[in-house]
Write a protein that binds this ligand. Structure first.
Ligand SMILES: [Zn+2]
Length: 189
C-alpha cells in the first residue's frame, strides 16, 4: 500500500489498531511457518535485482531488493523504502516490527497455497509434496490466487493479523471445502 493508496482509502485500518498486533509494534510478530515455500534469500534477490538494473523511485538508489511495483506507472521502490512507508502508515515503532508484519502479508497468501497442496495430497493419497508435478503445482498456484482474489481485503488483513497460525489454516480449510471439488483424475499430471 503506497502513501497515496492510504490517503485515497481512509477506511483502511492501520495494523496498529488491531488488538493482536499491539504487542508487536516494537518487536517482530512471529513469522508464518511455511513447509514448501522457501522465500529467496537476500543474496538471491540482490543478485536478481543486479540483472534488472532498477532505480528506486523514492531514494534514487539502485534497487538491491525489490520492494514493490506501481502497476500503473511502472515505477519501482526498493524494499527499504517500501518497509519505511509501511512502518509509518501502519503505525509500527521499529523497522524490524514493520518488516515482520509486512512479510506476513505475503506469507498468509503462501500459506493458503500450502493448505491447498495438503488438501490435494490427501485427496489423491499422494506420498508427499514431491509427488506433485510442475504442471499440477502451476494449476494449484492459480487456484490459490483465485481463492485469494475472492477473499475481501478486510478479511485478508484480519488473517494477516491473526497470531494463531492454526486458526488461519482452519479458515483456509473451510474456504477450500466450500469452493473446491477435486476431479476424479489428478490435474494434468
Ligand atoms: Zn529506495
Amino acid at each position: 500500500m503506497s502513501a497515496i493508496d492510504t490517503l485515497l482509502n481512509p477506511k483502511h485500518r492501520r495494523a496498529c489498531t488491531y488488538k493482536a498486533v499491539k504487542p508487536f509494534l516494537y518487536k517482530p510478530m512471529p513469522a508464518i511457518q511455511l513447509k514448501y515455500f522457501k522465500a529467496p534469500s537476500t543474496e538471491e534477490r540482490e543478485a536478481y535485482a543486479q540483472e534488472t538494473d532498477l532505480i528506486c523511485s523514492q531514494c534514487g538508489n539502485k534497487v538491491a531488493v525489490l520492494g514493490r511495483t506501481n502497476t500503473i506507472t511502472n515505477e519501482v521502490d526498493c524494499d527499504l523504502c517500501a518497509i519505511e512507508d509501511y512502518k509509518y502508515f501502519e503505525g509500527f515503532k521499529t523497522i524490524k516490527a514493520a518488516e515482520a508484519h509486512r512479510r506476513r502479508m505475503f506469507d498468509t497468501g503462501y500459506l493458503l497455497t500450502e493448505v491447498l497442496i495438503d488438501d490435494y495430497i490427501a485427496y489423491y493419497e499422494l506420498l508427499d509434496h514431491e509427488d506433485i508435478s510442475v504442471d499440477e503445482q502451476q494449476i494449484l498456484t492459480e487456484i490459490s490466487t483465485d481463492l485469494q482474489n475472492m477473499t475481501p481485503r478486510p478479511k485478508k488483513i484480519e488473517l494477516q493479523n491473526t497470531l494463531d497460525q492454526a486458526k488461519i489454516e482452519r479458515h483456509y480449510k473451510r474456504l477450500i471445502g466450500q469452493y473446491i471439488e477435486w476431479p476424479r483424475k489428478r490435474l494434468s499430471a
